[in-house]
Design a protein around this ligand. Sequence first.
Ligand SMILES: *Cc1c(COP(=O)(O)O)cnc(C)c1O
Length: 427
Amino acid sequence: MTKQGIGTKCVQAGYTPGNGEPRQIPIIQSTTFKYDTSEHMGRLFDLEESGYFYTRLQNPTNDMVAAKIAALEGGTAAMLTSSGQAANFYAVFNIATCGDHVVASSTIYGGTYNLFHVTMRKMGVDFTFVSPDCTPEELDAAFRPNTKAVFGETIANPALTVLDIEKFARAAHEHGVPLIVDNTFATPVNCRPFEWGADIVTHSTTKYMDGHGAGVGGAIVDSGNFDWLAHADKFPGLTTPDDSYHGVTYAEKFGLGGAFITKCTAQLMRDFGSIQSPQNAFILNLGLESLHVRMPRHCENALAVAKFLKGHPKVSFVIYPGLEGDKYHEIARKYMPSGTCGVVSFGFKGGRAAAETFMKHLKLGAIETHVADARTCCLHPASATHRQMNDAELIAAGITPDLVRMSCGLEDASDLISDISQALEKV
Ligand SMILES: *Cc1c(COP(=O)(O)O)cnc(C)c1O
C-alpha cells in the first residue's frame, strides 16, 4: 500500500478489524487476562512472549490507540500514560536517573518545569535550563559528562516560543544523547519532530488529541532512531541486563525500535503505575479520528483572533507564531508550514488588573486551567498554572504578569471576535 496521509492515519491507524469484528476499537475493560497454564504466564512475565496479563502494564485498547499515535508521529513504538505529566516524567526518567543531568528549554509548560526543577531534582536528577533562542555555543556549554537527554516543546505552553528542533537535535546528537520533544501543542498534524531529528516525542493527549476536554492522558513515542548501543556507557538501563527482569538487555532483545518503550513499560509502568484507563483511551481515540479536521479550524480561528488583537489599542502585545511579524513566525513556517496551534497569548497596556477585568467579562471564552479544547477558554498563567514561579522565573519562562493565554476553540471566528471586543470595552 502507498504511504498514507495524516488524515487517513487519524481515522484508521492502530486497529484493523477482522471479519465480523467490531468496527470501533473495543474497550477491553478488564484488569487481567486468563491463561491455561502457569508456565504460559511465566513466559509473559519473563518478556519471552508478548501478551497481556495485567492492565497496569498493558491493555489491548490502550495499545491500539498508542499504535495510532505512533503511526501519526512516524515512530516505531508508543505507550499511553495517565497524563501528560506522567509521559514527560517517564520519558526522562527512563534514561536519566539519580546522578544524571538533562538540558531543557526554559520556556516549557509550568507543570513540566516544576517536575524537573523541584521533584526530579529531589530524585537526584539535575537540570540546566537554556533559552530556546540560545546560540549553538551556549547550548553546547550546557552539557556535562553526565548529561543524558535534551528536552523541549515544539510550541511552548504558554510562552508560544517555537523550538528550533534541528539546532537542539544537532547538539544532543553531538553529545551522544537523544532529544525529547513534547509535541502537545503542534500535534503530529502540524509537526512531526522525528522528521527534524527528535528521537522521542511526548504528548499531553488531554489537549488537542482528545480535543473535547473529556479525558486526561499522555503518550510517549519512540522514533527508533537513537542508537543506545553506540552510547552504551551512557545508557546502562537499556544496554546492560535488567536484574528486575531476569537479566533482559532491552536494546539487544527489543532492538532500537522497541527498547525504549519496552523498558518504560516493563520498569516504570510496573513500578509507578500511571496507566491510562481503557475507557479514556477509547475517548482519546474518538478525538484522534477528527484531529486532522479540527487542527486547521483551531489555527484559522487563532489567526483571526491574533490579527484582531494586534490592531486593538488596549492590547500591548500579541504572541502567536502563526502571525506574520511574530518573533517565531519564520521558524514556525519551517517546522509547521500548515499551521501552528489554536493558542494565542497577549498582554494589556493596563497590566495585570486589565487582564483580570478582561477575563471576567468574556462570555464565550471561559476561565479554565485548560487549553486545546473545542470550546474557547482562557487563563491568566501568573495567577494559576505558573503561580509557583517568582517574577524572574516567570520572565525566563516567557510569561509577564499581564499575559492572558487564550485557547481558540472551534466556534465561529466572528463570534469569538465580538466576545473579545465587548470584554475589551470593559477594560
Ligand atoms: C498540559 C501539558 C502537559 C501536562 O499534561 P497533563 O495531561 O495535564 O498532565 C505537558 N506538556 C504540555 C505542553 C502541556 O500543555
